[in-house]
Ligand binder design. Structure first.
Ligand code: ATP
Ligand code: MG
Length: 301
């Protein structure tokens, strides 16, 4: 069960592994015979929007997210020609067969309590704040921008990763310095902007816009800053079609998305944010699944 009132599918019991934690989407395990620094991260088909886990899940989503993450980890490890970005994967160790395709064996890291958000385009909560104050997460932006516009430069807008059940909270860079110290705050920011730039360039080559994304980093036992969690998936990022972004005349056309936005839009129109959200209709589930599949195909083909 989750604190937000929704009962979620129990994590699969896995021989040799002890279930230690379930987030909204992923289930975490440690080796049953005592922790040796390894962890198993299993992506479920659960889908969340506005911090609620919805019913039903999206069939195949756990596998699509995992394949996308693995592909991006490989690109960022140097396949894209850039410097290798350390990640949490342990190579050559197969996850248990029960969760094959939707699990990763990783090194357990000292996770930093910051959601490292990078925005290259103006939309979502950033657009709402910009309309009210002319800023995004306190960063002043030029006037006259529209929903979906490209920002002059990608911006780093961290959020405090709230403890289970609380909402993540946008924070200033200065606040992130108070939380993790000057050196780590700067390292998180610089790594986030570097990964965003590389990923956005790669996506652009495939006709996709990486509008914004969120990373999580941790430090390994040698003190190396390491990319963790999922990366650049349709859950953690907004992807748009570059062609319709250029030619579309309405915000909906310009920001035709390959991500959870379909679910967010449906939920916003059908739920007043009180009580239990309604069940997601079959056509919205299928549309979302189809978009997730299309993103994977377009990026990796
Ligand atoms: P919540 O826990 O509030 O539900 P969440 O929705 O982000 O947060 P999930 O994404 O479902 O949770 O679960 C993944 C969890 O695993 C996150 O808490 C993430 O920080 C953690 N995590 C990912 N990679 C690692 C790693 N290498 N070492 C330790 N923790 C990790
Ligand atoms: Mg998460």
């Amino acid at each position: 069960a989750r604190d937000n009132g929704r009962v979620t599918d129990a994590a699969t019991a896995l021989p040799g592994w002890t279930h230690v934690y379930s987030g909204k989407v992923r289930d975490l395990y440690r080796p049953a015979d005592g922790s040796d620094g390894r962890m198993l991260v299993v992506a479920s088909d659960r889908v969340s929007a506005f911090d609620q886990v919805l019913d039903p899940g999206i069939p195949g989503k756990g596998e699509l997210l995992t394949r996308l993450s693995l592909w991006w980890f490989a690109q960022l490890a140097g396949a894209d020609g850039g410097r290798p970005i350390p990640n949490h994967l342990i190579e050559g160790v197969e996850p248990p067969a029960e969760v094959a395709g939707r699990a990763m064996v990783v090194r357990e890291l000292d996770m930093q309590p910051i959601e490292c958000v990078v925005r290259g385009y103006l939309t979502g909560s950033g657009w709402a704040e910009y309309q009210a104050d002319g800023t995004v997460c306190g960063i002043p932006l030029p006037s006259g921008l529209h929903n979906g516009d490209r920002l002059p430069e990608p911006i780093y807008t961290p959020a405090y990763k709230a403890p289970l059940g609380e909402h993540d909270e946008n924070i200033s860079f200065e606040r992130s310095v108070e939380l993790v110290g000057e050196a780590r705050a700067a390292a998180l920011r610089d790594a986030s902007l570097e990964v965003y730039r590389r990923a956005a360039a790669l996506a652009e080559a495939k006709g996709l816009i990486l509008a914004d994304t969120k990373f999580e980093f941790g430090y390994d036992t040698d003190g190396v800053l390491t990319l963790a969690d999922e990366v650049l998936t349709s859950d953690s990022s907004r992807y748009w079609d570059a062609e319709t972004w250029r030619t579309g005349s309405t915000p909906a056309e310009r920001m035709a998305s390959f991500d959870k936005q379909i679910i967010r839009d449906w939920l916003a129109a059908n739920w007043n944010k009180e009580g239990t959200p309604p069940a997601v209709p079959a056509d919205v589930v299928e549309q979302t699944a189809a978009k997730y599949r299309e993103l994977l195909e377009r990026l990796t083909s």
